[in-house]
Design a protein around this ligand. Structure first.
Ligand SMILES: Cc1cc2nc3c(=O)[nH]c(=O)nc-3n(C[C@H](O)[C@H](O)[C@H](O)COP(=O)(O)O)c2cc1C
Length: 264
């Protein structure tokens, strides 16, 4: 009988004991209590590790490696305090939803940067189970199907489309002629976060973003439309990001209601 040896799983965290000085910073910051100090060195136990990388990020000796992860660029650390908070806040307030786009493609490097921003967003339990589906060559066909479904829904007088009763739905109703559409999908617990990171990155690259709630609704109500996306198993659409160079400029910040702040 041939007994197959069970393949040894690569541990999520590897401590280089020749570099470790036993400072305990990784132990203290580990959310799953997966590290302890034994004989003056950090020792890792996989049990509850969620692969968050806090131990990797905090170690003053660079004694920790995470062999299963892409660590390229991780030494380029920039704290948020490097940014002027007043300028950052004003820039965030100045962000606008863009609904008019130039007929100009988005460069691949910019698409990569937008996705990179989403990739480094926090996720519940660090699952990182987010996918970025670029509609690419299917964009026009996808929009045409969404328009067809939406027109039918409006004619049928559904509740959510009430406001569009009598409104002519143009062929570019969903994507407004933008050259790039990214469907962000994953589990609902992460709704919105990656999208916000991506939108801020897109804005800083001179692009504009429309988050299409209408497209999201059509995808949710029509299985054929959802199938066209060929999403990973169990994925829900978190947002549909319509991206391109803005064909509009704003002169000032759009006003808002006062914040509803409550202290209990
Ligand atoms: C989840 C979500 C869904 C949205 N869906 C649409 C949409 O389908 N069509 C649209 O024109 N704008 C959509 N918007 C944009 C909002 O209308 C917009 O954020 C709001 O009017 C405020 O404008 P501002 O983004 O420029 O501050 C959506 C925004 C969010 C956050």
């Amino acid at each position: 009988m041939i007994i197959k040896k069970k393949a040894k799983k690569t541990p999520a965290v590897v401590v280089d004991s020749s570099k470790c000085i036993g400072c305990g910073l990784c132990v203290k910051d580990c959310v799953g209590s997966c590290l302890e100090i034994a004989d003056g060195k950090a020792v890792f136990q996989e049990t509850r590790c969620i692969g968050c990388g806090h131990c990797y990020a905090i170690c003053p000796q660079k004694a920790i490696d995470m062999p299963g992860l892409d660590t390229e660029g991780c030494d380029d650390y920039v704290p948020m305090t490097d940014f002027d908070s007043d300028k950052l806040l004003t820039a965030m307030k100045s962000r606008r939803t863009i609904r008019q786009f130039q007929d100009r493609p988005v460069e691949q490097e910019k698409i990569d940067k937008i996705i990179e921003a989403g990739r480094f967003c926090q996720t519940a339990a660090n699952h990182q189970n987010i996918a970025y589906t670029i509609l690419g060559s299917k964009q026009d066909e996808f929009e045409a199907e969404c328009v067809k479904v939406f027109r039918t829904a409006v004619q049928a007088g559904g509740k959510f489309v009430k406001a569009y009763d009598g409104f002519e739905i143009p062929d570019d109703f969903f994507f407004k002629g933008a050259p790039l559409v990214i469907v962000v999908s994953g589990s609902n617990s992460n709704k919105g976060l990656a999208t916000s990171y991506m939108e801020l990155m897109a804005d800083s690259l001179g692009l504009g973003v429309l988050i299409s709630g209408f497209a999201e609704t059509v995808i949710a109500m029509n299985p054929k439309v959802k199938r066209m996306l060929d999403l990973p198993k169990k994925h829900k659409v978190l947002s549909v990001m319509v991206i391109g160079y803005p064909a509009v400029e704003y002169q000032r910040i759009a006003p808002r209601k006062q914040a509803n702040v409550r202290v209990l």
